[in-house]
Design a protein around this ligand. Structure first.
Ligand code: S3P
Length: 420
């Protein structure tokens, strides 16, 4: 049984953007409530290596001073660790800078596709060398020109990369995506006074940016709905639980899990809605729900819950019937091939799961009490999902490589123990 309340730690996506956009103001600004996840610390360390000064006022609050700009002597090696967001967003910044950098990463990141940013950046005039569209990337900064780019995928990393490149390019840069992906970059650019517009037409959702100076302002980061998701699901499936999860970012481009909770008829409530740095925030109360309805995740909702699919697959195992994920083939390009890794692990536990090219089908409420040793494949969201699964499985589940939770959510176990 989980009971009590927790304050959810800062959003990872907005933390990366706070650091990067903050550094582009070329001034001294305060950042409040920065994620302590290793991914965001990688972004911070890269900025430090390039001459940005960071002074921590407390564990999560800091002063970022970029008044001297970015600099590097010659070719400089930068380690992005496990973080796709660090790599893809900074690639946009570096492509239009006067730096010559090499971006590299861990055994998970080096397998992930970078062609999705290399191709449009090259259309803008960028000079990039890669290992067959994978890391390491050498980016030799140069003058870029704006383009209109219709992205084949709804990816906030691709969109943000191009907007960051466009911030320092000649002429306007327009990115069009088929479905609106998370819009934290657009919100933060507007907040910092960039020349940016957004809209929707028959081509899709577009964002247009022009070369602009950013106005320095303090940036406060709301709590992360992707972290809250583990506790939302845990409270819904562990008998007699009732958990209040405070300070959760509920930006409509990220709140797909709330729609799924409605579809599954989970007993929950959003309270105390407010705005933090122009981002909507709420507290979420979730109660144990005995009769969880099966649900379908497909189409337009995918970008709004893409990172929550591992933990929602745990929820699927507890639904009264068969639940489906489809149209989600980009799950194969995350920290692990999440379709393959989830299917393999769930089968090991005895869950009835069928793999599809773009998702899977789970037959819920079936016995799956086998004991198993599950691999995390350096994928933090798998590690946390397996931990929640272990709380409802009568037999022990061993999680190999659990430490990778530190990538996004070092406070995870402490908060779970607080509720337990
Ligand atoms: C992110 C965008 C998403 C998401 C990732 C963070 C971001 O990736 O899965 O965890 O901060 O822009 P894609 O852009 O590849 O969909």
């Amino acid at each position: 049984m989980l009971k009590g309340e927790i304050i959810i730690p800062p959003d990872k996506s907005i933390s990366h953007r706070g650091l990067i956009f903050g550094a582009l103001t070329k001034s001294r600004i305060e950042i409040k409530n920065l994620s302590q996840g290793l991914d965001c610390i990688n972004t911070l360390n890269i900025l430090k290596k390039l001459g940005v000064k960071i002074q921590f006022l407390s564990e999560r609050n800091l002063i970022l001073d970029s008044s001297k700009g970015f600099f590097a002597d010659k070719k400089i090696n930068l380690d992005c660790g496990n973080s796709g967001t660090t790599t893809r967003l900074l690639a946009g910044v570096f492509a239009s800078s006067n730096l010559d950098v090499i971006l590299n990463g861990d055994n998970s990141l080096i397998k992930r596709p970078m062609g999705r940013i290399i191709k449009p950046l090259e259309l803008m005039g960028a000079k990039i060398e890669s290992n067959d569209n994978k890391l390491p990337l050498r980016i030799i900064g140069t003058d870029l020109k704006g383009i209109a780019y219709k992205s084949p995928i709804a990816s906030a990393q691709v969109k943000s990369c191009l907007l960051l490149a466009g911030l320092n390019a000649k002429g306007a840069t327009k990115v069009i995506e088929p479905i609106l992906s998370r819009n934290h970059s657009e919100i933060l650019f507007k907040y910092l006074g960039a020349k940016i517009e957004t809209g929707k037409d028959e081509q899709g959702f577009w964002t247009k940016i022009e070369k602009s100076e950013l106005t320095p302002k303090p940036i406060e980061i709301p709590g992360d709905i992707s972290s809250a998701a583990f506790f939302m699901v845990a409270a819904a499936i562990i008998p007699n639980s009732s958990v209040l999860i405070k300070n959760v970012g509920v930006n409509p481009t990220r709140d797909g899990i709330i729609d799924i909770f409605k579809q599954a008829q989970i007993d929950f409530e959003l309270k105390n809605k407010r705005l933090v740095s122009n981002e909507p925030v709420a507290d979420i109360l979730v109660n144990y729900t005995e009769d969880i309805k099966p649900f379908t995740i497909k189409g337009e909702i995918i970008p709004r819950l893409i990172d929550e699919i591992p933990i929602l697959s745990v929820l699927m195992t507890q639904a009264q019937g068969s639940s489906v994920v489809s149209d989600a083939s980009d799950l194969r390009n995350k920290e692990s091939d999440r379709i393959k890794t989830i299917v393999e692990s769930f089968r090991d536990l005895g869950v009835l799961i069928e793999e599809k090219e773009d998702g899977f089908i789970i037959e819920g409420k079936k016995q799956f009490k086998k004991s198993a040793k599950l691999k995390t494949h350096l994928d933090h969201r798998l590690a946390m999902s397996y931990k929640i699964l272990s709380l409802i499985n009568p037999e022990p589940i061993e999680i190999e490589g659990f430490d990778c939770v530190n990538t996004s959510f070092p406070e995870f176990l402490e908060l779970l123990n607080k509720l337990g």
